[in-house]
Write a new protein. Structure first.
Lengths: 107, 523
């Protein structure tokens, strides 16, 4: 799992490469918390290079969304069909802001 | 006190009779036919009528005829008292339904004796009638009870059958007119083990039906935690031997088919031999015996055998009601006829074959009443090919999960399994093994976790075995996925996802191991 960070206009863009599961979630969560502590409050997470996400990964997204609630923003983009299905059956698609593309998320 | 009605147009005659009988009976009088009919039909009706014949307007014959034609009064005994003493008069009176005929002048002793006799006879007739009605009511009640028991028996056996690509199953139980104790059952023990049972309880009636219900329930209950037919039958035998005051017993054929490998394990306890019908129509008799009828003797150890069903084999189980069906010449339907029937049937079509067989038996019986329950169960085994298998074992460290995922990725790549199935299984493996490693062990020792992958024609199966504390991951409340972010607890979500993404999820605890079996249907 690799996370590439960049800044596009107001948003901190995190591009995930690899799966978000038991093995990778702790490191991913740590990196996200560091960004928040450094003052980043508006995020776009791009999952184009992620094949699957287990509940460990979902937990990271959920805790991030909770941390930003009321003071920031979390947008999710570029989910493949399996993760989209996971978002649907878990109800995450209705509680997180999900966009087809990174561009849609930022505009 | 019994009541006697005297009917006469001559008051003097009335008085004589009343005086004679008054000491022993309650007396009533009528001066003509109309009054007599009225008195006989009243709520205070007489137990006996002394009836004059010669009366104006309506004579005694007509009164008698009218009373005998009326359901409410026809049972009141009538004695004609008349001055007409020709034989023809007496004959006419008796032919109208009177019980006796006394001629005037009357002899007091004869009158008293005859009245007494007829009242006693009436009393007896009444008692017989009441007894008869009681019997009729009891008979109806017994018939009701038999019907109830028959309904119980029929409602106990399944009418729908496990629906798998690998097997096609149908079964019929046709009870004889009086209920007997045949049984069959078909159910899945786990994702690959199909249990099929046929049995025949000795005796008939409600006790046999109840015994049948007990046997069937015990088999299903033991089979849920036991894949050995020998052990199931051994335990059922011990249980049924307890409190078996009626000395009932049951013949049983208990079998467990692995629908993926075709292996059929079975125990035959005094039951008639089933058949396997091969694709080329040749018949194989499954003639191994593993012990006597069940419930006859306790502490017996039953044995088991196994046979492998080839693709397109048909397993045919039945009770002796089939072969012992009788025609009007008391000849049996016989195994020979059954074998010939099967050889000439399209046994792949299990439903039609069984329905045709039932018709063939009916035709053979030719109206002769069915004396025993008839049960037939047939299973056509299409089989599923195992295309590929893989396995990997890890120790209980979270970082080892990645090795399992890698291994499964390779399995999918080698076997051209679509990426979406691959990823759904990946996330399931990640969540389930994470749970096992995080919560499954109460010590610090190393534990092995075994994972198997099996690819069938239309199904992918994943089996995860661990020796952690007993824990059924699927036995937890559904996560409420409609809660907002603040209300939502973190946890429980993984299992929810797995249940939704996999086609079947199953948990078993066997030999101190947790066994989770997941399947996902693939095209």
């Amino acid at each position: 799992m690799q996370i590439t960070q960049s800044q596009i206009s107001d948003y901190k863009l995190l591009e995930f490469s690899g799966n978000l599961d038991t093995a990778t979630s702790p490191a991913a969560e740590k990196e996200i918390i560091e960004c928040i502590e450094n003052g980043d409050l508006k995020f776009v997470f791009n999952f184009e290079q992620t094949k699957y996400m287990s509940s460990s990964g979902l937990r990271v997204l959920l805790s991030t969304a909770k941390k930003l609630k009321g003071k920031g923003e979390l947008k999710i983009s570029n989910l493949n069909s399996v993760i989209e299905e996971v978002f649907d059956v878990s109800g995450f698609s209705s509680i997180l802001n999900v966009y087809k593309t990174q561009e849609e998320a930022i505009s | 006190m019994q009541k006697i009605l005297v009917v006469d147009d001559e008051p003097l005659n009335i008085n004589i009779l009343i005086e004679l009988l008054k000491p022993k009976y309650k007396m009533m009088a009528a001066k003509n036919g109309i009054q007599a009919l009225k008195a006989a039909r009243s709520s205070n009706k007489p137990d006996l009528i002394l009836l004059d014949i010669m009366m104006p307007e309506m004579d005694g014959y007509e009164v008698c005829e009218t009373l005998k034609a009326d359901e409410a009064t026809k049972d009141i005994p009538i004695i004609f008292v008349s001055a007409m003493n020709e034989d023809s008069d007496e004959t006419k009176g008796l032919s109208l339904g009177a019980v006796d005929y006394i001629t005037k002048p009357i002899s007091p002793t004869i009158l008293q004796a005859r009245v007494q006799t007829h009242l006693a006879l009436k009393q007896q007739a009444q008692e017989i009638k009441e007894a008869h009605e009681l019997i009729k009511i009891q008979q109806l009640r017994m018939q009701d009870e038999l019907n109830v028991a028959r309904d119980i028996q029929l409602s106990m056996v399944p009418k729908t059958f496990p629906d798998f690509d690998a097997v096609d199953i149908f079964a019929v139980l046709e009870p004889a007119r009086e209920i007997g104790g045949d049984l069959y059952d078909v159910f899945m023990i786990d994702d690959e083990s199909l249990c099929m049972v046929v049995g025949d309880v000795s005796g008939k009636g409600a006790p046999a039906a109840l015994f049948m219900a007990m046997a069937k329930t015990l088999i299903k209950s033991y089979a849920s935690s036991d894949l050995s037919t020998a052990s199931i039958v051994t335990r059922v035998n011990d249980e049924l031997c307890l409190n078996n005051d009626e000395s009932l017993f049951v013949t049983l054929f208990v079998s467990i088919l692995n629908i993926y490998t075709g292996e059929l394990r079975f125990t035959n306890a005094g039951h008639n031999y089933p058949y396997i019908i091969k694709e080329d129509k040749s018949l194989v008799t499954i003639n191994q015996k593993h012990g006597p009828v069940v419930a006859a003797m306790d502490e017996l150890i039953y044995k088991e055998d196994s046979v492998v069903l080839d693709k397109n084999d048909t397993l045919f189980l039945y009770t002796d009601g089939v072969t012992e069906a009788m025609n009007n010449d008391e000849e049996l339907y016989s195994e020979k006829r059954l074998e010939k029937f099967l050889a000439n049937s399209d046994v792949k079509d299990v439903k039609s074959t069984i329905n045709n067989l039932m018709n063939d038996i009916k035709t053979y019986e030719d109206g002769n009443a069915q004396t025993d329950d008839i049960t037939v169960l047939s299973c056509f085994y299409t089989g599923q090919n195992i295309l590929a298998t893989g396995d990997i074992s890890i120790f209980n460290k979270l970082e080892n999960i990645a090795t399992v995922i890698d291994s499964f990725d390779n399995f999918c790549k080698t076997n051209n399994i679509d990426d979406s199935y691959n990823q759904k299984v990946n996330l399931s493996l990640d969540d389930l093994i994470n749970n096992i490693i995080s919560y499954g062990y109460k010590d610090e020792n190393e534990h092995k976790i075994d994972i198997q992958f099996k690819l069938f024609d239309e199904k992918l199966m994943i089996i995860i075995e661990d020796d952690g504390i007993p824990f059924n991951p699927f036995n937890h409340d559904e996560t409420d996925t409609f809660l907002s972010i603040e209300d939502r607890e973190i946890g429980g979500l993984g299992i929810h996802l797995i249940k939704k993404l996999m086609s079947t999820c199953r948990y078993d605890r066997k030999a101190n191991k947790n066994i989770v079996t997941l399947t996902i249907n693939i095209k």
